[in-house]
Ligand binder design. Structure first.
Ligand code: ATP
Ligand code: MG
Length: 571
């Protein structure tokens, strides 16, 4: 699988506390490889060491017509792509829709030369092509931005853009000309970035722009964007859609993968839907969300959650005066008070980056608490380790599955018991009982509709959405007092989103308290019984579930009921 491996919560815990900002900077300067050294990166960036055209070519201009004919790709007995046809016209934004595991990323990895098809043809401008690797694809004018970025964190934007460019179209004479190209491309398409910024200091949205610029300076005419909006804030999403429009206006074509039907309707010129490895149809962007959803999953999907009013009991989670610092030593969570009751869903709404991540990490013992208390059913948990918090009856769906949720090289079955490997019925005495582990796994896989060839497949070979379902299945399979669900349906298709939402409501009705954090306001509105809006580390208000959407939106932008947040410090 292309995506990067990760570590589990358990592994995260074994590491020393995160380095402070000054420490990180020191580490960075030590880790930074010398750019003029003789390694591959150094050669890429070294002055005049690049075999490149004498002049840096102008972007745009050419157009590209792409045809995929009968692409078939198997992984063992699993047919991920089964005779898929796809035509992308020049200057078109073509949305590729399909449920989790349908084969979208596989098809795009074939197109980008990362995977070799078992049969079928890639035809560019009426010429059949064979791509042995991404370099060949780029040379043919095809670029790709993966959902998990492939940037070198300790390099600057310009250095990242230069990496590997010597072997592709549009190589650079030197760092100055590369920097110049970054500036030009970023201006041309409205991709604002600082060419000298170090990548690890940039937000996810800006890092994504760097990836796009990296493709564009290589003069690609067709850009593949695999779920680019899954990790973006609503504003960043809007900006990306604008960038896509600018690219289209310049004659470039885009293959756009997303699970958000609203985005497809907003931007796509044409839609192809794949299901279980096959093309099941094409649709116009005027099609209703309901009809797109049912074309994707092959049945009617309820886009709205059915639930009875909550019957809240006593508090299960109490947070008082909680202050938590970010890596730079600034308060990311700033004196937060909230309570989650048994039998209710407290939804935390807010634009990502307003302290939600740090709030959840502090509650889970993954981040030090600077001030305040956290209590789980009357017991202070502030000093406890994550493992003990989980065992006290807390389910945790982390926002970044690659970092905190899964061990990619472990099997699906092993990942399903990560936090209970030493407890019955999984373990008997001191040893793990593989037969029980595998049997439980098969039950979970069926119940949560995880698409995998077997419970013994490494979890890293599953599609993104199916990896997410493994986490959800694990966390919802033991009795819970509290469920902390951060972005629980990120990357998940509409059908599975419906299922996960129903399960969250089921946990609530069984009496668990649920703390739901989501940057999707729709998800918060669908599930929450009360809504806390976070802005710059503070909870600005806690509202009833039927609060007007506009009011929540204003609070998310920092406009509180009494005064605009911006005026707070001034007064
Ligand atoms: N390297 C691999 N080895 C084995 N199986 C794989 C590998 N890569 C993908 N698969 C399988 O191929 C199928 C298609 O996966 P793919 O990642 O293309 O789905 P997708 O449509 O992108 O789904 P999602 O929306 O969840 O990202 C899945 O069943 C997946 O488990
Ligand atoms: Mg995918």
């Amino acid at each position: 699988m292309i995506r990067e491996g990760g570590t589990s919560t358990a592994a995260t815990l074994a590491e020393p506390p995160r380095a402070s900002a000054p420490q990180r900077r020191r580490l960075r300067s030590r880790r930074r490889p010398a750019l003029h050294s003789g390694d591959a990166c150094g050669a890429a960036a070294g002055q005049r060491s690049i075999a490149s055209p004498e002049t840096t070519p102008e972007p745009g201009g050419t157009e590209l017509k792409l045809e995929l004919r009968g692409i078939t790709k198997r992984f063992g007995s699993l047919v991920a792509n089964d005779q898929i046809d796809l035509v992308v016209e020049p200057g078109e934004i073509h949305a590729l829709l399909g449920e989790n595991g349908a084969g979208k990323s596989t098809l795009m990895n074939v197109l980008y030369g990362l995977l070799q098809p078992d049969s079928g043809e890639i035809v560019v401008d009426e010429r059949p092509r064979r791509f042995r690797g991404p370099r060949d694809a780029i040379a043919a004018g095809i670029g790709m931005v993966h959902q998990h970025f492939m940037l070198v964190p300790v390099f600057t934007v310009t250095e990242n853009v230069m990496l590997g460019a010597e072997r592709t179209r549009g190589g650079f004479l030197n760092r100055r000309s590369a920097r110049q190209r970054v500036v030009e491309v970023s201006r041309q398409y409205g991709l604002s970035v600082d060419p000298d910024a170090v990548v690890e200091d940039l937000s996810v949205g800006v890092q994504q722009r760097v990836e796009i610029i990296k493709a564009l300076v290589r003069q690609v005419d067709l850009l593949i964007l695999d779920e680019p909006t899954a990790v973006l804030t609503p504003q960043e999403t809007d900006e990306l859609l604008d960038v896509m429009r600018a690219l289209k206006a310049d004659g470039k074509s885009i293959v756009f993968i997303t699970h958000k039907l609203r985005e497809v309707k907003a931007i796509a010129d044409r839609i192809t839907v794949v299901r279980r490895g096959r093309t099941v149809g094409t649709a116009e962007p005027t099609a209703s969300e309901d009809s797109l959803a049912s074309l994707m999953v092959g049945r009617t999907v309820k886009l709205k959650v059915d639930k009875e009013p909550a019957k809240p009991g006593g508090p299960v989670l109490t947070v008082r005066g909680l202050t938590v610092f970010d890596e730079r030593g600034h308060p990311a969570v700033d004196g937060v008070d909230l309570e989650v009751h048994a039998g209710e869903v407290l939804g935390v709404a807010g634009v990502q980056g307003n302290g939600q991540t740090e709030l959840v990490e502090a509650v889970m013992g993954l981040r030090p608490i600077a001030a305040g208390q956290v209590t789980l059913v009357g017991e202070p948990i502030g000093e406890r380790r994550t493992r003990d918090i989980l065992r006290a009856g807390v389910g945790y769906i982390p926002e970044d599955r690659a970092v905190d949720g899964l061990v990619k090289d472990f099997t699906v079955a092993e990942n399903l018991v990560l936090d209970r490997y030493d407890q019955p019925p999984v373990a008997s005495g001191l040893s793990l009982s593989p037969r029980t582990v595998n049997r439980l796994a098969r039950e979970r896989i069926a119940e949560f509709d995880v698409r995998t060839s077997s419970e013994l497949a490494p979890v890293g070979t599953l599609s993104g959405g199916n990896q997410q379902k493994v986490i959800v299945a694990r966390e919802l399979s033991s009795p819970l007092k509290l469920l902390i669900a951060a972005q629980p349906t990120r990357g998940v298709d509409v059908g599975s989103t419906e299922f996960i939402h129903a399960r969250v409501v089921h946990e609530r009705d069984r009496g668990a308290g649920v703390l739901l954090v989501s940057s999707e306001l729709d998800e918060v509105l669908a599930l929450a019984d009360r809504i806390a809006v976070m802005y710059r580390g503070k909870v600005l208000a806690i509202l009833p579930a039927d609060a007007p959407r506009e009011r929540i939106g204003l609070l998310m932008a920092g406009v509180s009921d009494t005064q605009p947040a911006g005026t707070e410090e001034a007064s």
